[in-house]
Design a protein around this ligand. Structure first.
Ligand code: DC
Length: 226
């Protein structure tokens, strides 16, 4: 592959954005960046600092000031300073608090800045909620992923059980519905489909079928064969 484009993948929670993006990265050699992981790292940092209470009220003043010392990096695992937090940021406590944290303006500014730094040279595939609409509005390829909510919950539940996590299906389903609602209705950079995005509904698709779809798209749109 000679041309280095930016591929933005947005969509609802648990539509398999990261899995799809990772596979694209394997096939193209592009760097995969999971923007949700950065929001999760900030959330873990806030929980540890005690700036989020049981009702998800956030002490924004304290968090803002503490974030001056916060260094998050994607290597590609997620790090807070020199600590690998990739496992910790996928736990339910972080999942339950990440939407309100990601709705805060100064948090979004912090994350946007970090993400744009990674995207400078192109040759990246980044997944999230506002990559094609806000972080990289000029991305050459924008994909918007969606799937039936029940199918998404089942996939996430299976993944968590396999990873040894103690959750119920209802809990996972509720978390997905809550996040869909919060992510699409927040004031700053809400989740929405960019006008020039291509929709991928993978309710009835396997990952292999998604890749065939993607390969085709790269060929017809960009003349790039992967
Ligand atoms: O992709 P994920 O489920 O790991 O993302 C976690 C949360 O982070 C998600 O509920 C909303 C937020 N997020 C966001 O607001 N903007 C992004 N670009 C990525 C994630």
């Amino acid at each position: 592959m000679s041309r280095k484009i930016i591929i933005a993948i947005d969509g609802y929670s648990s539509t398999g954005k990261s899995t799809f993006a990772k596979l694209i990265s394997d096939r193209t050699g592009y760097l995969h960046l999971d923007s949700g992981a950065v929001y999760r790292a900030v959330t873990l940092f806030a929980l540890r600092g005690g700036w989020i209470d049981a009702e998800n009220n956030i002490d924004q003043k304290a968090l803002r000031s503490a974030m001056r010392q916060l260094r998050v990096s994607l290597r590609p695992d997620t790090y807070i300073n020199e600590e690998n937090v990739e496992g910790l940021i996928r736990q339910m406590d972080v999942s339950n608090a990440v939407s309100p944290v990601s709705a805060i303006g100064f948090v979004r500014e912090y994350v946007d800045k970090l993400l744009r730094r990674y995207g400078k040279k192109g040759g990246i595939v980044m997944d999230g909620r506002d990559i094609g609409t806000n972080v990289f509005p000029d991305a050459q390829l924008k994909i918007f992923m969606t799937a039936d909510a029940k199918v998404r919950a089942q996939r996430r539940y299976d993944e968590m059980i396999e990873g040894g996590k103690q959750v119920t299906f209802e809990e996972v389903m509720q978390n997905i519905l809550d996040r869909d609602e919060k992510d699409t209705h927040r004031e700053i950079s809400p989740l929405r489909q960019a006008e020039d995005a291509i929709v991928l509904d993978n309710t009835d698709m396997t990952l292999e079928e998604e890749m065939v779809w993607f390969k085709d798209l790269m060929h017809t749109r960009f003349g790039i064969d992967i």
